[in-house]
Design a binder for this molecule. Structure first.
Ligand code: COI
Length: 327
């Protein structure tokens, strides 16, 4: 069987693609480009397609179906970049992937401590040999009440890791789970936004969760509170976040994702004007940390995401026998 891979990162992914393509009997073709209407023909003659994070719209799905593609897998856990409904209508199978939650959970905890200790400023000063400690004193994680929104595998992992690091863990999810409940207390969204010092987002992106952090909820937050987002950019209304930071309604943010990040993250703009106005504004704020959707980025996660997104293509096409099967 033949698999065409989009968004291929030759530096980090080659060895794992080679290993698991061999294991699952797949012959590979690659491009580093994201899938688009212009380059979708590259997949002609293949059985399967593999992508990462980039939107796959109806037009592309129609063409892929016409070409005889049997299934498309994404190397990500989140699959909000897939048009699930159109794929189902077309009878084109889709699957996602999985990897241990630790990389993203650990990274989220790291960002929490980084914002509490104002590391951005400390590192910037250090870069110009300014070792003075004359900026405002930072704050202890042990004094913080942390609100976790979304208690799937990653949110639960964060709760587990921070329960002994912070003062209190509050959590919100539409579906509660017993393991998370052993690390903290479930409550409503309003209580989280009104009372927590740190609000950390771990919920999937969907029409229901889009802009779950909006102007109204930002206005509820304490002026000393910070937001952590390692999930999806569109969970936050970025314009409202910028306004809240400018007006000092909240104290800071650590963002590993941002709305409109496609074409920005995983690219080098060192010698260029950054084509993302909101990110340019946020990057200039001393109390905002941004990283390029890198929370997952460990050897272990990369290996699992490639293995599972390839294995899902060769497993039976139903949810009972294929844990990554979507439609
Ligand atoms: C996901 O798995 O959904 C992510 O957001 C990480 C991805 C870039 C591998």
């Amino acid at each position: 069987m033949k698999l065409f891979v989009y968004n291929f990162n030759s530096g980090q992914e080659s060895a794992f693609f080679e290993k698991y393509a061999n294991q699952f009997g797949l012959e590979l073709g690659f491009t580093s480009e994201p899938p688009s209407i212009e380059n979708i023909e590259l997949a002609n003659g293949y059985d399967y397609v593999n992508v990462m994070l980039s939107p796959v719209c109806k037009e592309m799905l129609v063409r892929l179906k016409e070409m005889g593609i049997k299934m498309i897998s994404t190397r990500t856990v989140g699959y909000d970049h897939f048009d699930l409904r159109s794929a189902k209508e077309l009878g084109l199978h889709l699957s996602n992937s999985s990897y241990p939650p630790d990389a993203v959970a650990e990274y989220s905890v790291m960002l929490m401590i980084m914002v509490c200790r104002n590391i951005k400023l400390m590192l910037e000063k250090g870069n110009i040999n300014d070792y003075s400690l004359n900026h405002l004193p930072t704050t202890n994680m042990s004094e913080k009440k942390v609100g976790i929104i979304g208690t799937g595998k990653i949110g639960t992992g964060v709760a587990k890791k921070i329960k002994n690091l912070c003062k209190e863990v509050l959590m919100y999810d539409i579906a509660q789970n017993d393991e998370a409940a052993s690390y903290g207390t479930y409550t409503d969204l309003e209580t989280i936004f009104k009372t927590c010092d740190i609000v950390s987002l771990h919920t999937p992106m969907s029409p229901e969760t889009k802009h779950i952090v909006n102007a109204e909820r930002l206005a509820m937050m304490r002026s000393s509170a910070v937001i952590i987002n390692t999930a999806r950019g569109s969970l936050i209304d970025t314009k409202a976040l910028i306004k809240a930071l400018q007006e000092k309604q909240i104290a800071g943010a650590a963002l590993d994702v941002i709305e409109g990040e496609e074409g920005i993250v995983f690219h080098d703009f060192k010698h260029d004007v950054l084509p993302h106005e909101s990110l340019s504004i946020l990057q200039n704020m001393p109390n905002v940390i941004f990283s390029p959707h890198a929370a997952y980025y460990t050897k272990t996660s990369i290996e699992h995401m490639i293995k599972n997104s390839l294995e899902s293509l060769v497993l039976p096409k139903n949810k009972e026998d294929n844990p990554w099967f979507l439609v």
